[in-house]
Ligand binder design. Structure first.
Ligand code: SAM
Length: 236
């Protein structure tokens, strides 16, 4: 993603009530700090937030965390949440428009195990992740073996990972990585999601998904289940 630096973004994100401030978490885990009994779901690389905001509006019984590492991007999602909150307060939109079951986190995905303990996240969404096409950057892809081992540290056994992209090379790499990953089971693969959605099946579109499908690109989706680790065979 080409990034335009927005000087005021740092301050806007730091002061927003929609963003988790790690200094307030103060040594606790984030699920502890949030004090929620709802199942926690997470989108990593949420960009401007259309997907995670839409999911939180559609599922008020789940708690969503949107993770984005750049303030200049996250600022746009913060502004969307401000607009929804204002519209609900002023009665121009109905109650429930502003999702109270959603917080953002401005962090790199690699640091998430510091804040989310084992088994604390039930479902993980990766949407239109940066492709990092050069072989030497493979580890940076959010569907690489390196990142799967990061997710294993906080995803619940039996929890699901859902990945959407328009990038065929990244998709082929991701399916292959998942197929050979020791603790994961690949569940579904489609190379044309919008044509293969079952009637009534939910598909909230991301900003990139809307843009690329309007340009005629097919959207690929893979789902996989994290099986957990059987550490009984570990050598002590
Ligand atoms: C191509 S954009 C897609 C945005 C959005 N998911 C969508 O589909 O419209 C990928 C986003 O992932 C973020 N990102 C990439 N690597 C990340 C990482 N390691 N941790 C957190 N965010 C990351 C980027 O900053 C960027 O905003």
């Amino acid at each position: 993603m080409r990034l335009r630096n927005i000087p005021e973004a740092k301050g806007i994100v730091a002061e927003s009530r929609h963003v988790i401030r790690l200094q307030e978490v103060n040594g606790r885990s984030i699920p502890d700090f949030l004090h929620t009994d709802m199942p926690v779901e997470m989108e990593i690389g949420m960009g401007k937030g259309a997907f995670v905001i839409g999911m939180a509006q559609s599922h008020p019984d789940r708690f969503f965390i949107g993770v984005e590492r750049y303030e200049s991007v996250l600022m746009r999602a913060v502004q969307k949440m401000d607009t929804l909150e204002k519209a609900e307060r002023e009665g121009t939109e109905p109650a429930g428009t502003f999702p109270r079951n959603l917080k953002f986190l401005c962090e790199d995905a690699a640091s998430l195990p510091e804040w989310f303990p084992e088994g604390s996240v039930g479902k993980l969404y990766l949407n239109f992740s940066d492709p990092w096409p050069k072989a030497r950057h493979e580890k940076r892809r959010l569907t690489s073996g390196f990142f799967l081992s990061i997710y294993e540290r906080f995803l619940k056994p039996g929890g699901e990972l859902v990945f959407k992209t328009d990038n065929e090379a990244l998709f082929a790499f991701s399916v292959e990585t998942m197929r050979s990953a020791e603790h994961w089971t690949l569940k579904t693969v489609t190379n044309d999601l919008h044509r293969t959605l079952a009637p009534g099946e939910e598909n909230i579109m991301t900003e990139y998904e809307r843009k690329f499908s309007n340009l005629g690109s097919k959207i690929c989706r893979m789902t996989a289940v994290y099986n957990g680790r059987d550490d009984s065979s570990a050598i002590c």
